[in-house]
Design a protein around this ligand. Structure first.
Ligand SMILES: Nc1ncnc2c1ncn2[C@@H]1O[C@H](COP(=O)(O)OP(=O)(O)OP(=O)(O)O)[C@@H](O)[C@H]1O
Ligand SMILES: [Mg+2]
Length: 294
């Protein structure tokens, strides 16, 4: 899942996870972020760097990019103490800064591992049918997916280049990997989705689906809106103001929705309603999952 910041990538990733799990797929959602949201959504203890079961057939893991670099160094360096020394030193910050895409590549590497039948973790025989990656907000969006290719070219041989090229092959194989773009039906999010789609095409990564999130309901016909406006001329009413404001927002959203469909005509677009609730948790995720299952 990718898309502009705040449009609902994490929400849609989990809703999709519930849909897939309900359809019988063993599914894991990987949040790649410093701060995970899954525990709050499911009302459970913080999801750390472990595969945590959050529902029937659904697991979650939180992948912290900083931590992944550390784990990677621990595997790479012969002595654990050396890795932690390096990690704490300025040298590490220097190395990470001088190695563009290191965080991205090791984070994707972890998600990639979850897709493999034979896992590195001892005693862990679990296999997933579907791995949903909640990627960091755009800005990194396509760069994140390009990191393995960039790495392969920079490293030129060696174990890291081999691993990067395996990941790259998977990401660019439309049979095994596809991207879902999440957007709200708003100008900025639609523009950013168009840029992302271009970036994906350039990177050779398949764009599978669009998720248009937070759609306001189209409650009134044109005649009804005229009536509401006429009534508002006669009386002051916060309820009428709210109805007019919502109708205007819904209409503006429909225009952006059509614009998005026009920009990406071949890509199936799922529409998800704005849920008017005070809190957002598992019940709301299930409502969205039901919409996705239709
Ligand atoms: N369909 C919806 N109806 C109502 N609120 C929603 C809906 N989808 C998402 N939200 C709310 O919008 C906020 C942002 O959602 P979310 O965290 O999923 O976005 P994100 O794209 O992952 O953000 P970030 O870029 O920060 O990772 C959250 O408070 C979430 O509860
Ligand atoms: Mg998020």
């Amino acid at each position: 899942m990718t898309g502009k910041g705040g449009v609902g990538k994490t929400t849609v990733a989990y809703a999709l996870g519930l849909t897939a799990a309900a359809a019988g797929k063993r599914t894991i959602v990987c949040e790649i972020a410093r701060q995970e949201r899954g525990s709050e959504l499911f009302g459970i203890e913080p999801i750390g760097f472990n595969e945590v079961r959050v529902g029937d057939g659904l697991w979650a893991i939180s992948i912290d990019p900083d931590r992944m670099v550390r784990e990677y160094l621990e595997v790479l360096l012969p002595v654990r103490a050396m890795a932690s020394l390096l990690y704490r030193s300025n040298l590490f910050a220097y190395l990470a800064a001088a190695t563009p895409g290191l965080q991205e590549v090791v984070s994707i590497g972890k998600a990639y591992e979850l897709t493999l039948d034979v896992r590195r973790a001892p005693g862990d025989g679990r296999v997933y049918d579907l791995v949903i990656v909640d990627s960091p907000a755009t800005g990194h969006g396509v760069g994140f997916l390009e990191a393995p290719g960039t790495f392969r070219r920079i490293a030129r041989g060696g174990p890291l280049a081999d691993q990067a090229s395996r990941i790259e092959r998977m990401i660019t194989d439309p049979e095994r990997c596809g991207v879902g773009i999440v957007a709200t039906p708003e100008e900025m999010a639609v523009n950013e989705s168009a840029d992302l789609a271009d970036g994906l095409a350039e990177a050779g990564v398949a764009l599978d689906e669009l998720y248009v999130n937070e759609l306001f309901p189209d409650r009134f016909s044109a005649a009804e809106i005229d009536e509401i406006r006429a009534a508002r001329e006669r009386v002051e009413s916060p309820a009428l103001d709210a109805a007019i404001a919502e109708a205007e927002r819904a209409a503006a959203q429909r225009i952006e929705l059509e614009r998005l469909r026009g920009i990406l005509p071949g890509v199936p677009a799922h529409e998800l309603p704005f849920l008017f609730t005070s809190g957002f948790g598992e019940a709301e995720l299930r409502d969205l999952a039901e919409e996705l299952a239709r």
